[in-house]
Design a binder for this molecule. Sequence first.
Ligand code: RP5
Length: 163
Amino acid sequence: MADQPRVGIVMGSDSDWPVMKLAAEALGEFDIAYEADVKSAHRMPEEMLAYGREAAERGLSVIIAGAGGAAHLPGMLAAVTPLPVIGVPVPLKYLDGMDSLLSIVQMPAGVPVATVAVGGARNAGLLAVRILAATDPALQDRMRTFQAELRESAYEKGKVVRG
Ligand code: RP5
């Protein structure tokens, strides 16, 4: 039987998947069970609200929500779930994702969405890992190892300019 998903990855359209799959890959690197689905805030609002309302009871701990343009999905999910919501602004053809970013980041007080950079789905995945790691020492150790590897990689790359 598959593991119970701990993170829900939701997006407004299947066209968001090339960006959002980077979140899935980051979770996979830490062996975090996740689910991924399309729940459009505008094209399927009832299903989107039901997803947000039921997410905690279904055993999810974090929601990663990505959308582009008039990107209302992360904020609407945050309005109906007590879970932490990480928003990913997906860049579309016009405006370089600025519309997506501003739609997601400018939330009213009381309804937080942790917004990552435009196209920053990998960091969304890594932030979800850190949230889970706050109450999971073994996972926190793996995050420390990841950070040490990141440092080592940056140090090695620095040799190019140091000579
Ligand atoms: C948004 O509209 C979606 O999140 C997507 O980024 C954008 C375009 O969707 P499609 O027209 O490609 O389905 O709601």
